[in-house]
Design a protein around this ligand. Structure first.
Ligand code: FPP
Length: 232
């Protein structure tokens, strides 16, 4: 059975997970980080080649300052601990998104990790921070215009400037927590992606839950606009 080459995940429901337990919202994020680690390891283990995680969206700055700071500190902590450790697991880590609003210390650590893991081969991990799909498309267009090399923007040209280039498009998109929305994640890249929504909250999304999503994916017939016979 085919394992999706690229999985993209919106890790939603941390706040609700905490609320159900009468805990502060940030306790859900802290628990969510544990699942991040489990899911990265599991993907690497089963042969997924690309994993893109939505860690912080461009609209997330509008959350209470205390929550934004907590999430940024959590990221900083992961940069120092888990992400460094992933180098030993042959994981190539890349951060996609706008770096201009991130703290200098976060940007520096991101650059160190990207350099350190650049030649790694087992799993390509993209962590989306201050990211949105529309931001990605607009930055791609602006870079093409600034370079002035292309007269026309074609699909092939634009794709080379997306932050996920040269990764293939996701095969499987997962959103936890029961919301049936894309929420401005990878708008361009998911044109033909299989979309999987689960009511499980992110802190409850364990490797078994990922296996269930993959089993569902394996039942899908991917047609890319063709009819079934043309695929054979
Ligand atoms: C959505 O849940 C989750 C986020 C906005 C943050 C996701 C972050 C993590 C899982 C931890 C940090 C990850 C890394 C890679 C360091 P929500 O708060 O919107 O939940 P709710 O919809 O129930 O309120």
């Amino acid at each position: 059975m085919s394992i999706p080459k690229h999985i993209a995940i919106i890790m939603d429901g941390n706040g609700r997970w905490a609320k159900k337990r009468l805990l502060p919202r940030v306790a859900g994020h802290a628990r969510g980080v544990k699942r991040v680690k489990e899911i990265i390891e599991h993907c690497s283990h089963i042969g997924v080649k690309y994993l893109t995680l939505f860690a912080f969206g461009r609209e997330n700055w509008k959350r209470p300052q205390t929550e934004v700071s907590f999430l940024m500190n959590l990221l900083l902590e992961q940069l120092d601990k888990e992400f460094l450790h992933l180098h030993e697991e042959d994981v190539k880590i890349r951060f996609i998104g706008d770096r201009s609003r991130l703290d200098k210390i976060i940007c520096e650590k991101i650059e160190v990790i990207e350099k350190l893991t650049n030649a790694n081969k087992k799993l390509n991990l993209n962590v989306a921070v201050d990211y949105s799909g529309s931001y990605d498309i607009i930055q791609a267009i602006n870079t093409v215009l600034a370079e002035g090399k292309h007269k026309n923007i074609t699909r092939e040209v634009l794709e080379k400037y997306l932050l996920t280039y040269p990764n293939p498009a996701p095969d499987l998109f997962i959103r936890t927590s029961g919301e049936i929305r894309i929420s401005n994640f990878m708008l361009w890249q998911i044109a033909y992606t299989e979309l999987y929504f689960t009511s499980k909250l992110w802190p409850d999304f364990n490797k078994q839950a990922l296996d269930d999503a993959i089993k569902w994916f394996q039942t899908r017939e991917r047609r890319y606009g063709k009819i079934s016979e043309q695929l054979e």
